[in-house]
Ligand binder design. Structure first.
Ligand code: BDP
Length: 701
């Protein structure tokens, strides 16, 4: 009983269960009520034949059995050899040896003599093909249309969990950590299997289980055995396990005098530690490292470079084919510097200096997961060093688990951006997928939004962000719209009208959020909770942890001048990009205040002055949440009542807060612009002091 995953139990009892608490995610496998579809599926699926005996192939077959079984109400036996009669599914592993990881993950779905055949060179491909077929069937599509082939564009498709040993999650808004460290390794929660199934269903094949602000504790034998128990579950779904490491572990854990990466004792310590890790977790993936960033230790503490640090670990991992994922999220507390430029300044000159098994992981934007950021100028500028992408799924700057923001448009905006590094068409996606610079290693990571909440992600609609990340890491050419539609069909309802209404909300949700939160290229990554805006915040231990550092509001205007007259960060991009953004007259409005200090009365391309445009955006943004509420209300009869009520409550709160956040910015900025809010908008019903008081209460400990 203990080992039977919760979700399978759920499927077994789903027909009797009342409320949908979101636990099943997009793997609901609801009973098909349309008789024509059910009959067609019933006729086609009377067995699942699989001769490969690996755990992964077995799990693929089991998933098909549970999924199709629940959808059709029919028990479908799993057999080793094809029966002489009847139609079914065959999972066929090609005899090829020495295949690349991408080949092993790729699959072909075909129809052969009435049977559906899923073929792959690897058992992971069989698993991904099975989930693809289940996706198809869950949308009630004709079987013939399942014929397809697919291969992942990125090799390492990973979740990064920022989970701590005591069960908390840094920037986590969905309960506590999924990993019950105090119970592991003796007790293995069946939920770990459901987690692995969910990841595998969207092609995720790696997971970093602990926070980048890492505790050295994870490298102790005690914790490695706990991690090994998780890895034991994950590997059966094609997922490798990785750890974030604490760079100073040789000192804190090993008792050495130094953690200098060029010190022979330190190198030896890492070699031995790595050997120990692999003796406990033989298919361990590698180390993720945050070094010399936000107070974390690193090679620069000893006058060494990021490359020195990464290469030391690479050397220890190389015999085991492990990788180092070294983060480029670095910035120093320099009052005169522009944080925007930091990653490029520290890393671009190290190109070519990293060992073969190192990937440098870059956040999508140059600052920090803002609701809208231009792409990081580092992309494209390290042709000899594989650059991985780091997106954030957890909604640190996107209203936590209260605001509904579908993130695929954020991911797509960055992936589709043209860096021009090798002429037109040098998109960020072509860099990250390795095609532009022939990177031997490719990686896309999402900072997970999962936690112990029954719905996994706090806000049930935030499941779509996990889903979209996986689908895009597999194939970044998919559109945000196609993914939204697919997710809504699998997760909420198959009825076309509500699906269209929900997709509509999802696609507009990010722009709406930006409008009432940070329009026209404002940002707010200062210290604190990262929830309600506090644009007045001007005191901190370091200048780049204040609000005023970012928005630069003064009596003349608003925005950060990053042109040649300012920090000149724009120079880090190729001339084509610089040209497009350097002129305030032609700079796209979404990026305007990222790059320019604009006077309050300047006319923008919209025809409005800066002040009027700000009013317009803040007000229409907050008002659009009412539209979201109406759209959501319109789908009520097609959605599980508990789930519907949950989201209705969150939207109510979102609307309240959108108004509050609008007021916070408007009233604060008004103290500089000295202009009235146009009469067509209702004046805020509170004073700036009252808004500040509200935020203080919110942040009170
Ligand atoms: C910031 C978060 C902080 C993380 C840091 C990182 O506020 O909690 O540790 O990024 O990515 O967004 O290292």
């Amino acid at each position: 009983m203990k080992t039977l995953p919760l979700l399978l139990l759920f499927i077994a009892f789903s027909l009797t269960s009342a409320a949908d608490d979101g636990y099943r995610l997009w793997l609901r496998y609801e009973r098909i009520t349309d008789p024509a579809v059910r009959t067609a599926y019933n006729k086609t699926f009377s067995f699942i034949a699989v001769s490969d005996t690996s755990d992964i192939s077995h799990n693929a077959a089991k998933e098909l059995q549970a999924g199709i079984g629940a959808m059709t109400g029919k028990h479908i036996p799993i057999v080793k050899t094809m029966p002489k009669s009847g139609r079914g599914i065959r999972l066929s592993l090609s005899g090829a040896t020495d295949v690349t990881a991408v080949k092993a993950d790729s699959y072909v779905i075909s129809l052969e003599g009435g049977n559906v055949v899923i073929k792959s060179a690897g058992n992971t491909g069989l698993l991904y093909g099975s989930f693809a077929l289940l996706r198809h069937l869950q949308q009630h599509l004709p079987i013939e249309k399942a014929v397809s082939q697919s291969k992942p564009k990125i090799q390492l498709r990973m979740l990064n969990h920022w989970d701590n040993p005591e069960g908390t999650i840094e920037r986590g808004y969905a309960g506590s950590s999924l990993w019950k460290w105090y119970e592991l390794p003796e007790t293995v929660d069946p939920r770990y299997t459901d987690y692995a199934r969910a990841n595998a269903s969207i092609g995720i094949n790696g997971t970093v289980v602990n926070n980048v602000n890492a505790s050295a504790r994870f490298l102790t034998a005690e914790y490695l055995h706990k991690v090994a128990a998780l890895a034991g579950v994950f590997r059966k779904y094609g997922i490798k396990t990785y750890l974030s490491i604490h760079f100073a572990a040789p000192k804190t854990l090993g008792g050495l005098k130094t953690s200098d990466p060029l010190d022979p004792e330190v190198r030896k310590w890492w070699m031995e530690k790595t050997k120990e890790v692999y003796s406990i977790i033989p298919d361990f993936g590698g180390f993720l490292v945050k070094a010399n960033s936000e107070g974390e230790p690193g090679p620069q503490d000893y006058g060494r470079t990021h490359a020195d640090g990464a290469n030391m670990l690479a050397e220890a991992l190389a015999p085991f084919n492990g990788v180092v994922i070294w983060r480029a999220f670095v910035y120093k507390a320099d009052p005169n510097a522009d944080r925007f430029k930091a990653a490029y300044d520290e890393f671009a000159s190290l190109d070519g200096k990293f060992a073969k098994n190192v990937i440098v992981q870059v956040k999508n934007g140059p600052i920090d997961f803002q609701p809208r950021e231009p792409f990081s100028p580092l992309f494209g500028n390290m042709p000899k060093t594989p650059l991985g992408m780091e997106f954030q799924l957890t909604q640190e700057y996107l209203g936590f688990a209260t605001h509904w923001v579908y993130e695929a448009p954020i991911f797509k905006e960055c992936l589709d951006a043209d860096t021009y590094v090798k002429g037109k068409g040098s998109t960020v996606a072509s860099i990250v997928d390795g095609s532009l610079h022939n990177y031997p290693l490719t990686c896309m990571a999402g900072v997970a939004n999962t936690g112990s909440d029954r719905s996994w992600t706090g806000h049930p609609m935030a499941q779509a962000n996990w889903y979209a990340f996986g689908r895009l890491a597999w194939d970044h050419t998919l559109s945000a719209q196609a993914i939204a539609r697919e997710w809504a069909q699998l997760t909420l309802t198959t009825q076309p009208k509500p699906v269209a209404a929900i997709t509509d909300i999802m696609l507009r949700s990010r722009d709406i959020y930006v409008d009432y939160n940070t329009p026209l290229g404002l940002s707010r990554p200062w210290t604190g909770a990262h929830y309600a805006p506090e644009p007045w915040q001007n005191r901190s231990s370091r200048p780049d942890w204040t609000a005023i550092y970012y928005h630069r509001a003064d009596s003349l205007g608003l925005g950060f001048d990053r042109t040649a007259t300012g920090s000149n960060a724009l120079q880090q991009y190729r001339p084509e990009v610089t040209r497009a953004w350097a002129n305030p007259e032609t700079c796209p409005l979404p990026y305007l205040l990222w790059f320019h200090h604009i006077s309050w009365s300047q006319k923008l391309s919209s025809g409005r002055t800066l002040w009027d445009e700000l009013c317009h955006r803040f007000y229409t943004g907050a008002e659009s949440v009412v539209w979201m509420q109406k759209q959501w209300a319109s789908v009520q009869s097609s959605i599980d009542p508990t789930l519907h009520a949950d989201v209705t409550g969150r939207l109510l709160k979102q609307h309240k807060e959108a108004i509050w956040w609008r007021d916070a910015w408007m009233l604060y900025l008004q103290t500089f612009s000295k202009q009235a809010i146009p009469a067509i908008y209702r004046r805020p019903e509170r004073t700036l002091e009252e808004v500040k008081e509200g935020v203080n209460v919110y942040l009170m400990r």
